[in-house]
Design a protein around this ligand. Structure first.
Ligand code: ZN
Length: 314
C-alpha cells in the first residue's frame, strides 16, 4: 500500500445506521435535561398559587355596550422610581382595543366568585354612565361603582409588568377581597367626558412616598417600592380618576383640586361618599381638562420632592 489511508476491511456494521453512530446514540439516549419548574403564579388578591384566569380589567361584558374595534390604544406610565432620580414617563401604544385589555394575575376562584359578583352588580349602574343616558346615583349606587373602580384599578396596575409600576400593596388588595371594602386612603372621582382629540385611555402614576427615616439609607439608583398611585381611565363617556396612598395617607386625604377651577365642579367624588345624589349626565370635561387631571398630582409630587436647589429629595 502506498500512501493514503488504509481502507477498513471490516464489513460495515449491520446495525441500522442510526444506532450505529456513536454520536447519535449519545445525543438521543441521554435523558432530556428537564427545565426547572416555573414557580406557580400567586393570585394578586388571595396570594395563593392557583390556576390563573384571563381577567378582563373592565369586564368582558362591556363590549356589548361600547364599540371595541380599535386597532391600537395608548397607555401612559409615569414612575418616580427612587429618591434623587428622574421620573420615568413612557407612552406605550398597545395593539387592540383598550376594552380588550386583560391580565393573567387573578386566580379562577377569585375571578369567578367575588370579582364576578362586583361586575354583575355594577353593570346596570355603569351602562347609562358609559352612554351618557339620564340616570341618578344615590349612596348605594355610588358605593357599588366605587368598588368596581377599585377592582379595575388594582388589576389594571398589572398591565405594566414592572413591579415599580404597582403602587397598591398586597395588603390593600387582600383587605379589599376579605372585607369587600375599599381600603383607607383611597379617593375616587368620576366625570363625563366626550372625547374630541385627547388620546388618553389609561394613565398611571406610581411613586414611593418615603418618611424622613427611609431617605438616608437610599442611594441614587436604588429603587424604592411605590406605595402611592393615581390611575385615570376612560370607558365610553365615563372618566374615572383614582388616587391611593398607603405610604402618606395625608397626601390623598387632604388633596384638593385647584380652588374655583372647572375641575372642582366637574369631577364628582364618589369615594369617600360626599353627595347624597348625583344627577347624570353632567357637563362634559374638555380635552384639556381630561389631560390636566392626571398630571396635576404628579406635578405637585415632583415639586414637593425637590429641594430648593432643584435636586430630588424623595
Ligand atoms: Zn385568588
Amino acid at each position: 500500500m502506498v500512501g493514503g489511508c488504509a481502507r477498513r476491511s471490516r464489513p460495515l456494521c449491520r446495525l441500522s445506521p442510526r444506532s450505529a453512530h456513536p454520536g447519535y446514540l449519545l445525543l438521543h439516549q441521554m435523558p432530556k435535561a428537564r427545565k426547572p419548574p416555573t414557580p406557580p403564579k400567586h393570585c394578586i388578591f388571595c396570594d395563593l398559587p392557583k390556576k390563573m384566569s384571563d381577567e378582563h380589567i373592565w369586564g368582558k361584558w362591556i363590549k356589548d355596550y361600547i364599540r371595541a374595534d380599535r386597532k391600537k390604544h395608548h397607555i401612559h406610565l409615569t414612575r418616580i422610581p427612587s429618591p434623587k432620580s428622574p421620573n420615568i414617563t413612557e407612552l406605550r401604544i398597545r395593539a387592540g382595543d383598550p376594552l380588550s385589555a386583560n391580565v393573567h394575575v387573578v386566580c379562577i376562584d377569585c375571578n369567578s366568585t367575588w370579582m364576578s359578583r362586583i361586575q354583575q352588580e355594577t353593570k346596570p349602574i355603569l351602562i347609562p354612565l358609559f352612554q351618557s343616558k339620564t340616570t341618578g346615583l344615590g349612596p348605594k349606587a355610588q358605593a357599588q361603582l366605587a368598588l368596581w373602580c377599585t377592582m379595575a384599578t388594582m388589576t389594571g396596575e398589572f398591565i405594566d409588568r414592572d413591579p415599580l409600576g404597582q403602587g397598591v400593596t398586597l395588603a390593600e388588595r387582600q383587605f379589599f377581597r376579605q372585607q369587600s371594602e375599599i381600603p383607607p386612603n383611597w379617593r375616587i372621582w368620576i366625570a363625563r367626558y366626550r372625547r374630541y382629540k385627547w388620546k388618553g385611555e389609561w394613565i398611571h402614576l406610581t411613586v414611593p412616598i418615603l418618611g424622613p427615616e427611609d431617605v438616608p439609607g437610599i442611594q441614587p439608583g436604588d429603587s424604592a417600592k411605590p406605595n402611592t398611585q393615581t390611575t385615570t381611565f376612560v370607558i365610553g363617556e365615563l372618566y374615572v380618576h383614582v388616587m391611593s396612598s398607603s405610604g402618606h395617607p395625608d397626601l390623598t386625604a387632604k388633596w384638593n383640586w385647584p380652588a374655583f377651577s372647572r375641575l372642582t365642579r366637574l369631577l364628582i367624588q364618589i369615594w369617600p361618599p360626599k353627595e347624597s345624589f348625583i344627577a347624570w349626565p353632567p357637563e362634559s370635561l374638555t380635552d384639556h381638562d381630561a389631560d390636566t387631571i392626571p398630571t396635576l398630582f404628579s406635578n405637585v409630587i415632583d415639586a414637593a420632592s425637590r429641594s430648593l436647589l432643584g435636586r430630588r429629595i424623595f
